[in-house]
Each structure stands twice: as C-alpha cells, then as structure tokens.
Design a protein around this ligand. Structure first.
Ligand SMILES: *[C@@H]1O[C@H](CO)[C@@H](O)[C@H](O)[C@H]1NC(C)=O
Length: 279
C-alpha cells in the first residue's frame, strides 16, 4: 500500500499551495481541459471556505453542491475533523466568480460520514447545514439527487465543475471563473485495472476502486486540486443529477488514469436520512 503515497486528494493545499511555478510539461487548459462556465448553468455549485489568517480572508478549499435549500454536500476529506466546528466554515454560492463579492453563508452543522477514515477507502462525503435556507434564484438552485438504483454508464453525458487547478502545477488564474468539463464515466472494473497498472501492481487483485466510488475522466479532461467536494453531474431523463463528489486521483488528467468520485447513488438513503431527521 506504499504507493498510496502517490495518490492525491483533490483539495486545495494538498499540492498546489507553494508550488505555483508552471511546469511546461503540464500546460493543460481547463478545470483540466475545460472552459469557463456560463453564469447560472450550474447553480448548485458552491465554494467551501475556511478562514486563513495569513491572508485575512475566507479562502476556497473545496467545492460542494447545494442539494436542498439548506444543505450542501461535499467530500469528507474537505472537513479536517469529524467533530469540526461549523463556525469554522462559510459557503459561497450564486456566482461563477470565486470571489464574486456575494455575502458568505454561515454553516450551523457539519455531518461527516461516520465510517470515513481516508478518501482512498471510501465514505468520502459530508453534509453541511446552512444557518438559513437560501432562496432559489437564477443563480442559486439545488441539484437533484439520483435515485439509489440509477446505474451510471459510460454513455451518460456527465460534467464536472470547479475552481480547482487547471493543470497539475497550475492553479486557476484570476478572475477565478468556474470551469466545466465533459468527462466520460469509466466502469469500476476498468478503472481498477488502470490504477493497478499505474501502481505497478498488475497481478495484485485487490480492490482499489471500491463499490462506493465512481471513475470519470480521460487524458486531458479531469478534475484536479481544489475541485474536491464538487459536483459530477449527469443528464438523467432530461435533467441534471448529482452522481459524484470529486474525491481523489493519481495526478490529474493523465492518460488512462480517471479521476475518482464518491458514488452518490450509494449514499442517497444515508443523505436523505440525515436531512430528514434535521428538518
Ligand atoms: C455568521 O456568523 C457570524 C459569526 O457568528 C456572525 O457575526 C454573522 O452575522 C453571521 N452572518 C449571517 C449572515 O448570519
């Protein structure tokens, strides 16, 4: 399991902080390979903020998705501790520009999945309850959760969005506009083989890609550092459904190394239970 050290969580600070020098080998454009998102196209996308004294500002660490007027779904690894203090977080919603000037929303409750240990073992999800429900506007609207039985295939039209790095050593430049990229879902078995190959443990039949994970992305089209917690949405019978949460990967956008997401369908019953009991 030593090679796990080479895997990367896709939250900000795990890699790009302090390594801003662009690497010509990685001159990739996009979220990686994406484009600027139109205002209002992904109205559930939020930015999770923590206060950084050094910059005296609420700083982006992860993405997230509004799944209810008062709830945000993100990755557990974006929240450092299970007993995290809700007042340590803020949510920015309703703007494609990361520091678009809108008031930040307060968080009143943090629920990390109780079985979460590390993203590489799964259970990488957390819920944040907002102090006050947000009103739907053209730019702020929750995304649908899929039905727990939905089978996601490579034929689905899926997109991932975020303000993360646009290359392995290249953070998103100002004015920090939300990026979107179309990614293809990769079956777990195939993804597991790719990861075994990347690790050099081809004959090892251990499961690296757990059933509660989902892979998507291809060479040049992927999520990257700073996108963690953000949405992977797919078109399902005419509307967007939240099928994945950006979780981890091996580098970004490398050939035959898809990004790994938390498979939301697995957790729909857990999510609805948490939200239901707090209403
Ligand atoms: C958010 O919480 C802070 C600290 O408790 C408080 O000063 C501020 O007024 C709150 N903001 C809103 C919009 O409720």
């Amino acid at each position: 399991m030593l090679w796990l050290l080479f895997l990367t969580l896709l939250l900000l600070g795990s890699s790009i902080a302090g390594t801003p020098a662009p690497d010509p080998e990685n001159e990739l454009v996009g979220i990686v390979g994406g484009h600027s998102a139109p205002q209002g196209k992904w109205p559930w996308q939020v930015s999770l903020r923590i206060y950084v004294y050094h910059w005296a500002s609420w700083t982006h660490i992860c993405g997230g998705s509004l799944i209810h007027p008062q709830w945000v779904l993100t990755a557990a690894h974006c929240i450092s501790r299970k007993d995290a203090d809700p007042s340590a977080y803020r949510i920015h919603a309703g703007n494609v520009y990361l520091y678009g000037g809108k008031a930040l929303l307060n968080v009143s409750r943090v629920i990390v999945h109780p079985k979460y240990v590390t993203a590489f073992l799964g259970y990488d999800l957390a819920l944040l309850q907002l102090s006050k429900a947000v009103d739907n506007t053209a730019y702020i609207r929750p995304v649908r959760l899929p039905s727990a039985s939905l089978d996601i295939t490579p034929e689905h039209q899926c997109w991932v969005t975020g303000w993360g790095a646009i290359g392995m050593h290249q953070s998103l430049p100002p004015p920090y506009r939300l990026q979107q990229v179309n990614v293809q879902v990769v079956e777990n078995e195939v993804c597991n083989q790719h990861y075994h190959k990347a690790s050099g443990h081809v004959s090892d039949d251990s499961t690296l890609i757990q059933p509660d994970m989902l892979c998507a992305g291809s060479e040049g089209q992927d999520s990257c550092y700073g996108d963690s917690g953000g949405p992977l949405v797919c078109r399902v019978s005419g509307s967007w459904s939240l099928v994945g949460i950006v979780s981890w990967g091996y580098g970004c956008a490398l050939r035959d190394i898809p990004g790994v997401y938390t498979r939301v369908t697995t957790y729909v019953p857990w999510i609805t239970k948490q939200i239901g009991t707090c209403l």
